[in-house]
Design a protein around this ligand. Structure first.
Ligand SMILES: *Cc1c(COP(=O)(O)O)cnc(C)c1O
Length: 401
């Protein structure tokens, strides 16, 4: 998408607005598939929570993707998008047994991540095969906010509890058809990932009826210049070889599964805002935009550094700005960032706005959630209308006091 395309989206649909480039999503999907072309059976389950607009789900489905879901509502969205139940995996954490039963009733693959529910589910439904989520206790990234494989993590069943898992499986006569791990959000070091995979292979040998091994996700995408990105091609080369060797040892052609969110949609997204005010204080120049953490919370929640481009004045002389929002709360998108000269009314584009951006929006300050646009084959398609005042009050029940 060119700057002109982005400006036309703001002209047509106003700001703030999310726009997703379909061809980038497609390219990432193909790139991942291609990296594992030496494995016979590969299944990619897109992590719906990253960006759950149904048109995006349909696009991914049309490419051949399955869906990874973490709530019954996400399961329903995936079904609504036309994804077959057998191509949906439900990997919740800490949800109720009723929710798991509902998902199982819809025919989706269940992934269980605690011993208590493994035993309850196996006792009640020994005929439904389940996948188990293993915690291999490997730290994939450096940031404890996003590493979920380490010792204190709430995710997965500890690898050290394998004897307990086996006892439950034997006692209930249930079938384990897959094992799964999701170690964290940043694979910086492929060797660390391969090390965790070895642990998964070792646990796989404990089960005779496996159909797939799910390696989760954690593919890192670049946010700013100089960022390390997971070398998918190298990972594909190394893991494929190891996976194929494992299948020989295991004696069966298994499916290699992944469930990427960020990798598929992060870079495809841009968030476009308008600059309301330029405010010069004694030490700082603030650019205040028509948004805040109600629309785009990653910089405040995770300290994510998203690129910011002034698409209205790309050739302007660069100056330092603090880009902040209009929320009555500290909502700093960027501190002291070098950006082409910003004037009131300019449109700024945030990069990497595809994953975990719209899905984390709220109505804080009683603002509307933004519109979403899918850019497909040179055309803008509105895929979610901007909210209106009706949405703000629709569930409120006024009482006369
Ligand atoms: C969130 C999540 C993913 C996707 O992670 P990304 O970093 O976006 O690729 C995959 N699997 C599970 C179980 C998740 O919770």
């Amino acid at each position: 998408m060119t700057r002109q395309d982005l400006l036309s989206v703001v002209q047509d649909f106003e700001s703030p607005v999310y726009v997703y480039n379909a061809s980038k999503i497609e390219a990432q999907y193909k790139r991942l598939n291609n990296a594992f072309k030496k494995v016979k059976k590969v299944k990619i389950h897109y992590a719906v929570k990253a960006l759950s607009n149904i048109s995006v789900l349909k696009l991914l489905r049309s490419l051949g993707s399955g869906m990874d879901t973490v709530s019954i509502q996400e399961v329903c969205l995936a079904l609504e998008a036309g994804v077959a139940p057998e191509n949906i995996i439900f990997t919740p954490n800490g949800v109720s047994m009723e929710e798991i039963e509902r998902a199982a009733g819809l025919g989706v693959q269940i992934n269980i991540d605690n011993l208590s529910f493994l035993e309850q589910f196996g006792t009640k439904y020994p005929e439904i095969p389940v996948c188990i989520r293993i915690n291999p206790h490997v730290m994939a990234g450096g940031n404890t906010n996003i590493s979920v494989g380490h010792i204190d993590s709430k995710f997965g069943i500890s690898i050290h509890q394998m004897p307990h898992i086996k006892r439950i499986v034997e006692n209930t006569n249930m079938t384990i058809n897959g094992i799964h791990m999701h170690t964290g959000s940043d694979i910086l070091d492929i060797d660390v990932f391969l090390y965790a995979s070895e642990i998964l292979f070792r646990s796989a040998m404990h089960f005779d009826n496996l159909e797939f091994i799910d390696f989760g996700s954690g593919f890192k995408v670049p946010y700013k210049e100089g960022d390390i990105e997971t070398n998918i091609e190298e990972l594909g080369e190394k893991l494929s070889e190891r996976f194929n060797a494992f299948c020989k040892t295991y004696g069966k052609e298994l499916t290699l599964a992944f469930e990427p969110g960020k990798f598929l949609v992060s870079e495809a997204g841009k968030f476009l805002v308008n600059v309301n005010v330029i405010k010069q204080t004694t030490s700082t120049v603030f650019a205040q935009v028509d948004s805040g953490f109600n629309h785009f919370i990653r910089p405040m929640l995770y300290g994510s550094q998203h690129t910011i481009e002034n698409i209205s004045n790309p050739k302007g002389r660069e100056r330092f700005y603090s880009v902040v929002g209009y929320i009555c709360e500290t909502d700093t998108f960027a501190n002291n960032r070098r950006i082409a000269e910003i004037r009131e009314g300019d449109v700024l584009a945030f990069g990497n706005a595809g994953a975990y951006c719209f899905t984390m929006t709220s109505n804080y300050n009683s603002r509307y959630r933004p519109a979403e646009v899918l850019w497909h084959k040179g055309k803008a398609h509105l895929i979610r209308k901007r909210e209106t005042f009706k949405d703000i009050i629709k569930n409120q029940v006024p009482v006369e006091l």
